[in-house]
Design a protein around this ligand. Structure first.
Ligand code: IPM
Ligand code: MN
Length: 358
């Protein structure tokens, strides 16, 4: 990872991907360019055409050597994957999960912050109430692809899909989450483990024991626990309760969509796939939204938000803060809505507004 020195310079891999991915990626890069000009760092972009169209053309999702090439960059900016003509699972497993696993991006970081002016479905809740972070383990659990069929396509068919949890895998995630909670700018200083220890008495018992043990090293952080079902309830009823949540891969996937809608939806939510010692990848959470493709109506705020996270990760903290402030100015004083086609501005105009607000 490049650190700040006299000539800060970064090599960034860009995978615009499918559908509206390229449109939102372009706005993210527009804001990156403006931030670099303000903050005086340099960067070099390399675009990769991985995604559904390339797969349909060549029959491969990631060509040989792709992962090793991506490994040489400082970070990756991903637009979206998902193509209406490609069966579910092929691009998700072949690209997104493959990169998460191969690059050992063991943290999936999902900030959940309601920006000013953004509508939440929660009545009576505002930006002061919805401001927490989910740290999702990103390499284990049901996502490992361990399983199989027996007697497939017969009346006696058996399908198995196993959740894999390792001591190393949960411990490194829990430690990272405690560190993150410690340095996060919040008064609560509370880390909530979200799991299901009352039913998953092996896998989540490992998480529970590891969490208790690691918590001893962080006496300044309140170590809290919620079952995942209760967490869903509290997240809707009292989102202000949460500071940082640490959770397993599958539960993390589900609760971050719930959290995403509380912060204004998929036009806003961004995530980071982080390898603290390696190459991290940042993405808007919206998906490829095929029906809006090419219309200049999709919301680029999530992609711009992902650029903010990327800047934070590479150490350009002041640029990251600038991006976050500019987004909040645009959502708070300019945009009519965060929904595609209802923003009051086009995709490119929203990018222009954020760039100008830097
Ligand atoms: C996410 C997405 C992915 C996941 C899919 C596309 C494989 O939903 O990043 O949350 O399940 O992790
Ligand atoms: Mn998801």
């Amino acid at each position: 990872m490049t650190s700040s020195s006299h000539a800060r310079s970064y090599r960034i891999a860009v995978i615009p991907g499918d559908g509206t991915g390229p449109e939102v990626t372009a706005e993210g890069l527009k804001v990156l360019a403006a931030a670099a000009a303000k903050e005086g760092f340099k960067y070099e972009l390399t675009h990769f055409d991985y995604g559904g169209d390339r797969y349909l053309r060549t029959g491969e999702v990631l060509p040989a050597g792709a992962v090793d090439e991506l490994r040489t960059f400082d970070c990756i900016f991903l637009g979206a994957i998902g193509h209406p003509d490609v069966a579910p699972g092929i691009l998700e497993k072949g690209l997104l999960l493959e990169l998460r696993f191969q690059l050992d991006q063991y943290i999936n970081l999902r900030p959940v912050k309601l920006f000013p002016g953004v509508e939440t479905p929660l009545r009576d809740k505002g930006p002061d109430d919805i401001d927490f972070v989910v740290v999702r383990e990103n390499t284990e659990d049901l996502y490992c692809g361990v399983g199989g069929f027996l007697k497939k396509n017969t009346p006696d068919e058996v399908a198995m899909q196993s959740a894999v949890y390792t001591r190393k895998g949960c411990e490194r995630c829990i430690r990272w989450a405690f560190d993150y909670t410690r340095q996060r700018n919040s008064k609560k200083k509370m880390l909530t483990l979200v799991a299901k220890t009352n039913v998953l008495t092996y896998g989540h018992d490992l998480w529970w024991r590891t969490f208790q043990e690691v918590a001893k090293v962080y006496p300044d952080i309140k170590a809290d626990y919620n079952h995942v079902d209760a967490c869903c309830m509290w997240m809707v009823k009292n989102p202000e309760y949460y500071d940082v949540i640490v959770t397993t891969n599958m539960f993390g996937d589900i609760i971050t969509d719930l959290a995403g809608i509380l912060q204004g939806g998929m036009g806003v939510a961004a995530g980071g796939n982080i390898n603290p010692q390696g190459v991290s990848m940042f993405e808007p959470m919206g998906g490829s939204a095929p029906k809006y493709t090419g219309q200049n109506v999709i919301n680029p705020i999530a992609a711009i938000n992902a650029i903010g996270m990327l800047l934070e990760q590479i150490g350009e903290k002041s640029a990251a803060a600038r991006v976050s402030k500019a987004i909040q100015q645009v959502t708070g004083t300019k945009m009519k809505s965060q929904a595609a086609g209802k923003m009051g501005f086009s995709t490119t105009q929203v990018g222009d507004l954020v760039a100008a607000a830097l």
